[in-house]
Ligand binder design. Sequence first.
Ligand code: NDP
Ligand code: MG
Length: 381
Amino acid sequence: MKRIALLGATGSIGIQTLDVLRLHKEEFSLYSMAFGRNIEKAVPLIKEFEPKIVVVQDEETKQKLVRQIEIPSILVGSGGLIEASVADAVDVVVNAVMGSVGLPATLKAIEAKKKIAIANKETLVTAGHLVMDAAKTHGVDLLPVDSEHSAIYQALHGEQMKDVHKLIITASGGSFRDKTREQLEGVTVEDALNHPNWSMGAKITIDSASMMNKGLEVIEAHWLFDVPYDKIHVILHRESVIHSMVEYVDRSVIAQLGTPDMKVPIQYALTYPNRLDLPMTKQLDLEEIASLNFEKMDFERFPCLRMAYEAGKAGGSMTTVLNAANEEAVQLFLEGKISFLDIERLIENELSKHDKIHSSDLSAILSIDKTTRERVRSHLN
Ligand code: NDP
Ligand code: MG
C-alpha cells in the first residue's frame, strides 16, 4: 500500500489522481491533501478519502472548512504544503498544484527522500537546477506526470542516455492553432479556454493556446532528462495520439501512443516500473483515427515558444523570470485586464530587462519570482 500526499487535489490533475486511487484501493491510500480555496469541491473528497492532513491556502479558508467537517489536522500555506509532503507516513508526493508555489514543498519532499510524481512543471521551469541537484544528492526519483514527459520516460526505459540523439515533443497546437497572428488580436478568454483535445485547468489551457505550455515543457524536459536544448525538438501533431518520442543515434525512434487521457501518465507515475489496468480509459483505435498529421513549428507564429527556448539556453535566472511573468500575465488575461497578445508582450518586456543571475539559490529565486510578478502588475497602471 502506497500512501499518497496529493498537492492540488481539487484541480484537473488532482481529481484524476483521485480517480486512479479510487480504482486501486488495495494499492493506494490518500494520507494528505492540499488545495487552495475551493471548499465545495474539497469537502466531498475529504469525506470520501479521509486524509489525516488537509492543507488550505489561507486562514480564512481553514476557518470555513473547520465549520463544515472534522479533520485530524488542518494546515495552512506553504508551511502546510511542506508538512503534508514530508510526514513520515507519506511514500509518494503527487505535486499537482498550479504554479511556482509548489517549489519549496518539492525541495523539502526530496530532502525527506519521498518519491515525487511531478505534474507541476512551473517548479522545474523556475528552479530546475535546485530540484535536480536535490534529487541527485538524495537519490530520489522524479516521475513525470506531464503526458509528453511520461512518454519520453517510457521511451527511455532500459536505454542509455549516451545513445539519445534527440527528444521529439509533440504539441496539439491548443485552441488557436488555426488562427493567424492578426486573428489573435481579438480573441476572448472563453475562446482560449476551449482546448480541442484536453480538458485541463484554466492556466495550462491558456498556456497551450499561447504555446507557452510547450515552451515550459521544453525546459521541463531539459531538466528531467538532462538533454541540451538543441537536442529537444517540438513538432505540431494535432491528434494528440503520439505523446512524444525519442530518437536514438542509430536513427531508431521510440514513441508512446494512446488516447489523450491524463489518467494514463498519472497512474504510470504511481505504479512505475509496474503497470495496472485502467479500464475506463478508451483504448487507442488506430483504424478509427486512420491518419496522423505532423507540421513544423513556426517560431514567429508562436513567440512564446521562441522565448522559452531563448530563456532556457540563456540559463540562470532567465527561466524564473519567464515563468513568473507568464503566470502573472495569464492571470491578468483570465481576469479580463489584458488582451491575449499582451501576455507575450509582457513576458518579452520582462526578459529583455532582466539582469541574469547565474546560479540562484531558493531565496534568490523566490525574490526574482516576486519582483517579476509585481513589475508585470505595475504595467497596468
Ligand atoms: P488546476 O488549476 O485545475 O488545479 C490547481 C490545483 O492547485 C487546485 O487544486 C488548486 O486549488 C490548487 N492550488 C492552487 N494554488 C494553491 C495554493 N497556493 N496552495 C494549495 N493549493 C493550491 O490545475 P491543473 O490540474 O490543470 O494543473 C496542475 C499542474 O499540472 C500545473 O502545473 C499544470 O501545468 C500541470 N499539468 C496539468 C495537466 C492537465 O491536464 N491539467 C497536464 C500536464 C501538466 P483550488 O481548486 O482550491 O484553487
Ligand atoms: Mg503536457
